[in-house]
Design a binder for this molecule. Sequence first.
Ligand SMILES: [Zn+2]
Ligand SMILES: [Zn+2]
Length: 359
Amino acid sequence: MKYLSILIFLSSQIIFAHNVDLTHLPLGDGKLSQEPKKGWIWACGVDPHGQGAQGTPEWIHSDGTYDLTKKAVVSGSVNWPSKFVISTVGDKRVFTLNDFPKHPTGIYPIGPSDAAYAFDKNPSKISEQSMSFSIPKDPVLAAQASCAAGAVGVLLSGAVLFNALDAPGRDAVAHETQDKCQGHPQESGVYHYHNVSSCVEDKRDASGHSALVGYALDGFGIYGHYGEGGKELSSDDLDECHGHTHEIVWNGKKVKMYHYHATWDFPYTVGCFRGSYESESVRIISGPPPQHILRERGRRGLPKHPPDLKIASGKLGISESALREALGPPPPDLSISAKKLGISLEKLRDALGAPPREP
Ligand SMILES: [Zn+2]
Ligand SMILES: [Zn+2]
């Protein structure tokens, strides 16, 4: 009896050592916004045909919460030859990576003998990527926030960070099955996380604030779970894009500056971008488009690779975010997008560099 109560005491310490109850985290499904909104995600678009885990796993409760501590974890411990180089060139921070993480991963594709297979039959394997892109070294706040694309940044583990959603637009952390470092590959083999991996150490500085754990594509830093004075943060403590401004160490100097934080609750990391980012970087770290998207692009007479929206929006004389919104989830239906923008289909096709439509 005595041992039992000690056990109960210990397990409650683990669960309530956090500000948030990890056994009853609010499910993020449906928290999709078209503008910056605290605790929600302003995603540029979701793919309604995208593949995700099927059914409702046992760790998702009927009251709209889920138990993170009961989630199935993909087994295995596979090491990878990670290549991850960050350098600074002028006012840019340049990344070169093969997306293999520095930590071990689970065995993918998930095998039928893995207990996780019952919940997620992810058939993808991890494959080497060749990614190279740059972000501003000293990012500044944009006049307006912009929507969070599918891929939002890179963690210091050497692998990419996607936003909080799975392909069809549900809470990926709650629904999808990942390994013990919270990573898994998507259809084209890109190993990625949907929250800050527990395999990236959440170091703390003397004041208790978390250290840097990664970079968002707009150049701002992503920090761990702890804010000023060592307070464990939740979405309520942060702004609509999941960040805040105070003094941090940046490029070796103390500066008052915006940054994002990890939280245990949805949307976990970047909810929208406070700085500006290049669509090209999103394209690079998203990896090659999955086969079903390529087929659909071909069927709709679109070029194989998504166009550079910066160039296209320049041609049309509109903002990149307005164009991104009008295009919606990939692949776009250009006649609908042209109507939304109030321009002709030909003009839009021309700006995007799409080949002329067959009659
Ligand atoms: Zn995923
Ligand atoms: Zn902070």
